[in-house]
Write a protein that binds this ligand. Sequence first.
Ligand code: NAD
Ligand code: UD1
Length: 338
Amino acid sequence: MNVILITGGAGYIGSHTCVELQERGFDVLVLDNLCNSHAESLNRVEQITGGNVRFIEGDIRDRSLLAQIFQNNAISCVVHFAGLKAVSESCELPLAYYENNVSGTITLCQTMADNGVRNLVFSSSATVYGNPASLPITEDFPLSATNPYGRSKLVIEEILADLHKADSRWNIALLRYFNPVGAHPSGLMGEDPNGIPNNLMPCVSQVAIGKRKILNVFGNDYPTSDGTGVRDYIHVQDLACGHICAIQRLDKNCGIQAWNLGVGQGHSVLDMVRAFEKVSEQPIPYEVVARRPGDIAACYADPSKARNDLGWVAKKSLEDMVSDVWRWQSQNPNGYYG
Ligand code: NAD
Ligand code: UD1
């Protein structure tokens, strides 16, 4: 059977995608250097699916390891999650981000080409739209970057476009994720950020569980319904399913295409706080502080291209997202090694 190589498969989105792939009978092989994850996430994938996950601990920049992996396995497609993703860290360590994300992707694509594998699903981000002039965002909006992390995604998208231009046998899905949140409904898998989380949901859940005293709300003077930032939060399981649809589309020779993976609806920071308080029955004390540099007021997708081309729609509600995060957080207060 053909193998799907999942780079970064031990991470948050990758591990949830492994579950969906395994449950549909795909043969997956995970390559991850565990720089931002634990192998325990893959044990949980096995627990949920009852199947075995093949895992290689290694780096996408390791050319000889990659060559060996492609020579030893009948890989038909690569789902490429591996990358560094913290915006503030990327401003401090831009070269590390370009090295890991951009050089890593180049090494991966070179090895794919050397081995005649030209089907790639790439984890891009809504960050490539910069500060959008209007909402909702469609895939043909102008692209820009405001930080090295975002620029690494943008540069990779451009490199992949050049690659397809040079060799039209490539089929590439650029999946632009909006704001992934949620956890597996079993409570066995979820987001386990290293150190102090940057993103809203892990911060909110850590306040609810008592690991942090207070949530900082970054500004309440945005031109939004309640003044706080608005985002398109999408359940990680819905996002994972989007990858299955993309893999199936690649098989039909789609060329290179970008798809927004979002719900198409915006929620403010305070909407998220209230939803979390309701589900967890815990108070979430918060304090409004200054805007976070680089933040935009509002961002949400028009996901109709993914619906029309991939037959994909996000199905989970905000309540599902929040209750699954709460189940994960309360059952695993210290993440995978709690
Ligand atoms: P994550 O950090 O949980 O997963 C990334 C995985 O890649 C980790 O397991 C890490 O150990 C691995 N990795 C990093 N560099 C590697 C390398 N050189 N070789 C091998 N493995 C490596 O992050 P995630 O939230 O699951 O994100 C997955 C992808 O989606 C990333 O590319 C990220 O930029 C992108 N993305 C994430 C979000 C989000 O909010 N989570 C939003 C948009 C896009
Ligand atoms: C951030 C990144 C973006 C990345 C995305 C997914 C920045 C500037 N942007 O986006 O590039 O693609 O994560 O990884 O870092 N908020 C608070 N208090 C907090 C945390 C967040 O009020 O403690 C607010 C933010 O101001 C924002 C919303 O919550 O309005 C969501 O924030 P976050 O989860 O960090 O996602 P993004 O800002 O969309």
